[in-house]
Design a protein around this ligand. Structure first.
Ligand code: GLN
Length: 533
């Protein structure tokens, strides 16, 4: 097993996760079996209780763990299904060590950060690296991304664990890629000083950056590379320029052009292999059409709905259609804005802020025959909207929102739940689709597996009334409603599950594919670059 450690320098938000995922893709294209681990140095056990507005989307894995959004990037770039073991947090590490201490496993010892916490970290990394991934051969290479920036107090034990691993393993079995910022000064010159300082900080911890990936707005030229090479003590071919590109799926190709694959395989003592370029072909397919989609939600930050944004892109690419997304603030948008779009998407969410705006948008899409895709809370609000408008139940609402007729009720098993961490209905569930429905048509089969994250469901008491009024429930897991649709509408589909988490660039999610296709059909948009007469 070879380990590629990815550290961050200068500041956060440089795209370390995308770099890690891209490195994985480059190696996978050469036939290596790759797995990936994300280390988050915060004290939370997992990302499930964190505000997505601050930390970005909570990604949900097949096994139901709620993890950092970078695991979504790994799954999308590497086309693998990860597990909770692949997201290590300070919270998990300390919990395990403290549990062992209470059990008496360390009887007589003073339990300390070194060696007990660092041993635990190393063991977590090894467990994750060797964890069997369904449908994949055993991994030969493990990417380990260390969240945060070198120099942060909270990432120290993790970097110390990396230092120890480097000492324990043969030199060709580990490599450190340091992802850093190369800013421009007011004269437009690229500056290497912040990188020199962060490499120095790494050195103080006993770590040497073998490869530096420099993030900048424009490509880093030879002059700057030479400077980094001299000051940071590494050959010039190990200084890789990673200028910002319009689409994240171009990053592996750009890194490939910079010679990262050769630098890496040389370090790791792996022979040269030709790269399979099929993945590149799929992700860089030309757009000939364009559609515009509104996402009506309370958060306007792109990272909050990262998987939805990517799933729309995957579906769009496969239809040669660029999906232009506009975020409409559910509390503030005006109804007249809705007619500007080819489709309306209401994503998942929690709490009542912005809820009337979401319901209003669903109502508008239903009545104006505009393609609509509802996800989780969007599915629940489609039920509320139908009950209010079609059945005339003005007091219809969700138990999560307030008093009234609860067409959306708490899941029975959720009534006993006490804590909030990891207690929702989470992860994979098997769903049966009704034959002859839109759901069955878009999936092309009757049995599907999709991921969940919710506490509420369609109240079984009101299903007969809703169905009698024309709402079609077309997917079920047991007696739980999972998909709804309207037969006399161009495309009105909503799911209790989150199809966005399983979408991959090479395998777009069926509900997204159906939705984008319907958006394109609604508005035979001109090919990009063409002038509309
Ligand atoms: N808040 C809703 C529930 O808990 C929807 C959850 C979601 O959209 N992820 O059921």
């Amino acid at each position: 097993m070879k380990f590629i450690f990815i550290t961050g320098g200068v500041m956060s938000g440089l795209g370390k996760g995308i770099t890690a995922a891209s490195v994985g893709r480059i190696l996978k294209n050469r036939g290596y079996a790759v797995t990936a681990v994300k280390i988050d140095p915060y004290l939370n056990i997992d990302a499930g209780t964190m505000n997505p507005g601050q930390h970005g989307e909570v990604f949900v894995l097949s096994d139901g763990s709620e993890v950092d959004l970078d695991l979504g990037n790994y799954e999308r770039f590497l086309d693998i299904d990860l597990t909770s073991a692949h997201n290590i947090t300070t919270g998990k590490v300390y919990r395990s060590v403290i549990e062992k201490e209470r059990r008496g496993d360390f009887l007589g010892e003073t339990v300390q950060i070194i060696p007990h916490i660092t041993d635990e970290i190393k063991s977590c990394i090894r467990t994750a690296a060797t964890r069997q991934i369904p449908g994949q051969p055993p991994a030969e290479i493990c990417l380990v991304e260390i969240g945060g920036t070198v120099g942060d107090i909270e990432s120290m034990p993790f970097l110390e664990a990396v230092r120890q691993m480097r000492g324990e393993l043969p030199p060709q079995d580990t490599v450190i890629i340091h992802v850093t910022l190369i800013p421009e000064d007011t004269m437009g010159d690229l500056k290497t000083k912040p990188t020199q300082h962060s490499v120095k900080a790494l050195r103080e911890l006993g770590l040497h950056a073998d490869i530096i990936v420099g993030r900048s707005e424009r490509p880093i030229g030879t002059h700057t590379k030479r400077k980094i090479s001299a000051f940071c003590d590494l050959p010039i071919n190990c200084v890789i320029s990673a200028a910002t590109v319009p689409d994240i799926y171009q990053v592996p190709m750009e890194l490939e052009k910079e010679g990262l694959a050769d630098a890496l395989t040389e370090h790791l003592g792996l022979g040269k292999r030709p790269a399979d370029t099929e993945w590149y072909r799929i992700v860089s397919r030309e757009y000939t059409h364009r559609v515009s989609v509104a996402i009506v939600s309370k958060y306007g930050i792109e990272d909050v709905y990262l998987s939805i944004k990517e799933a729309l892109k995957h579906a769009g690419r496969s239809l040669s259609t660029e999906v232009v997304i506009t975020w409409l603030d559910a509390e503030r948008y005006e109804q007249r804005q809705l007619s500007d779009f080819d489709g309306i998407l209401v994503p998942g969410g929690f709490g009542k802020r912005g809820i009337e705006g979401k319901i209003g948008a669903i109502s508008w899409a239903r009545m104006n025959r505009t393609p609509f895709l509802g996800l989780c809370l969007g599915f629940q609000m489609a039920v509320v909207e139908y009950a209010r408008t079609v059945l005339g139940w003005e007091d219809a609402t969700s138990a999560e929102i307030g008093e009234g007729r609860h067409v959306i009720a708490i899941l029975p098993e959720q009534q006993e739940v006490t804590g909030l961490g990891g207690t929702m209905r989470l992860g994979d569930a098997l769903i049966t689709l009704k034959s002859g429905t839109l759901a069955e048509r878009i999936y092309g089969k009757r049995e599907i597996t999709e991921r969940h994250r919710h506490r509420y469901e369609v109240n079984p008491r009101f299903i007969p009334d809703l169905e009698k009024a024309g709402l079609v429930f077309s997917g079920f897991s047991g007696n739980r409603m999972e998909v709804l649709e309207l037969p006399d509408h161009p495309f009105f589909l909503a799911t209790q599950f989150h199809p966005e988490f399983r979408s991959r660039p090479t395998r777009p999610s069926p509900p997204f594919l159906g939705f984008v296709r319907a958006c394109a059909a609604k508005n035979g948009k001109p090919a990009v670059g063409e002038v509309k007469k």
